[in-house]
Write a protein that binds this ligand. Structure first.
Ligand code: NIG
Ligand code: FE
Length: 423
């Protein structure tokens, strides 16, 4: 029987230590230690052996030792951008896109985000909670131990708060740590089409203060794009979010460049996401303001587009990057961060080490949790993935296939080979 709460992880062939101490992606983002062990106490990493050092001769029962038999160990993955509060999948739109329609044409014809709004509005809170729980299970099985999660398919005060409450209830019942975000400003709902500013006022004057007062959100997000919200409205929403004491996030420059980088820099946002069409001046502003750029190559890939964010130039401009799934039923229905790492390597020119840093430390920075998660060092949470691999490069190399052999959350083994355990 393998232990559920090991005190020691032994037989680590390679331990990938992501560099936490700098706030930009470091030149050497991951160092690897060979032939080491790691000690856990009360859900926290307390000691790591030096290379080749024998396991300490302390009184431990074999049931407290997890021998990983030469495998690779990395920090648990951190997904800094997900939309898990929805009801049905939208594979019908996928088929329409396969036949030549575009995502934006489908959205303009009433599909897209609005199709998911109908589902959330007619769902009960319990139903949403159960759906979210299943999705959290899947994240865990795939090695993700912390996520950021957005509302954004309710678009009324009642339905956005219902979405955030369902998220909170699910996260209380689940091992994954969830950083919840209010995305009331996802698109203008149909009932406000003729008066979008009234909807922005609802977001600013009611949704944001209520979500903050009720402790339902840590951040506010919005979609700055033609057909969604404009720069003036985005400024109002950021102002309200800042007044409520919430972190700020933005979906920007996904299809058209719209000044989102400058706005995110001016407000000191926690993250600026997508940024596929941002110019160099925008990235320089984000770097100077310390905003994490969350890259979402899965959405570019799945929408059949070819304009990926210029990751190399972004890094060279001094920006810190994270890589995330953008998990949602329209533009990116995958929950696999290893697959996103592959896309980042092939389509954006990241190295596997940079990609691993971006799905661990980079994600932690985007959530402002870089002091607790994202690396494995004494004092950090024992959120751990064990992989059937001898080095980090194998994770993006075996594209679409990588599922951890073991996943530990705060020191407890919660998944083995793609199957949840302990629930
Ligand atoms: O991040 N850009 C806006 N929102 C999502 C897509 C949501 C959907 O299609 O349901 C995104 O890609
Ligand atoms: Fe998104």
């Amino acid at each position: 029987m393998q232990p559920l709460r090991p005190r020691f992880i032994t037989g680590i062939g390679r331990l990938a230590v992501t560099e936490p101490s700098t706030d930009i992606l470091p030149v050497e983002p991951v160092s690897t230690l060979r032939d080491v062990w790691l000690e856990i106490d009360d859900g926290t990493v307390i000691r790591i052996g030096s290379e080749g050092e024998p396991v300490p001769d302390v009184e431990v029962d074999t049931s407290e030792i997890l021998d990983v038999k030469g495998r690779l160990v990395t920090p648990g993955l951190v997904d800094a951008h997900t939309h898990p509060v929805f009801v049905g999948m939208r594979q019908g739109e996928f088929v329409r896109r396969c036949r030549g329609e575009t995502y934006r044409q489908i959205a303009a014809a009433g599909g897209g985000i609005l199709a998911s709004v109908q589902g959330v509005r007619s769902a009960g809170e319990d139903e949403l909670e159960e759906l979210i729980l299943r999705r959290l299970d899947r994240f865990l099985e795939l090695g993700v131990t912390t996520i950021e999660a957005k509302s954004g398919y309710g678009l009324t005060l009642k339905d956005e708060l219902k979405s955030l409450r369902a998220l909170k209830r699910a996260s209380i019942r689940h091992e994954i740590d969830v950083s919840p975000t209010l995305l009331g400003a996802h698109v203008i709902p149909p009932e406000y089409r003729n008066n979008p500013d009234r909807y922005v006022a609802l977001v600013c004057d009611a949704m944001i203060p209520r979500a903050a007062e009720d402790g339902l959100a840590e951040a506010v997000d919005l979609f700055l794009e033609e057909g969604a919200f404009d720069l003036r409205q985005a400024r109002d929403i950021f102002t309200a979010g800042r007044e409520a004491g919430l972190m700020l996030r933005i979906h920007a420059d996904q299809f058209t460049a719209g000044g989102g980088a400058q706005l995110a820099a001016e407000f000191g946002a926690a993250s600026a996401d997508h940024m596929d069409r941002t110019d160099d001046a925008g990235f320089q502003r984000l770097a100077a303001a310390g905003v994490t750029v969350v890259l979402l190559p899965g959405a570019v890939f799945f929408l059949g587009l070819d304009e990926y964010a210029p990751a190399r130039r972004i890094i060279d401009s001094g920006c810190r990057i994270a890589l995330s799934t953008d998990y949602n039923p329209g533009s990116s229905p995958t929950q696999s961060l290893p697959l996103i790492m592959t896309l980042a390597c092939i389509k954006m020119g990241l190295t596997p080490h940079e990609a691993l840093w971006a799905v661990t430390m980079g994600g932690a920075w985007a959530l402002h949790r870089q002091d607790r998660i994202g690396t494995l060092q004494p004092g950090y949470q024992a959120d751990i993935c064990v992989w059937d691999a001898d080095d980090v490069d194998v994770i993006p190399y075996r594209y679409g296939d990588m599922i951890p052999a073991h996943v530990l959350k705060k020191g407890t083994v919660v998944a083995r080979r793609g199957c949840r355990i302990g629930m």
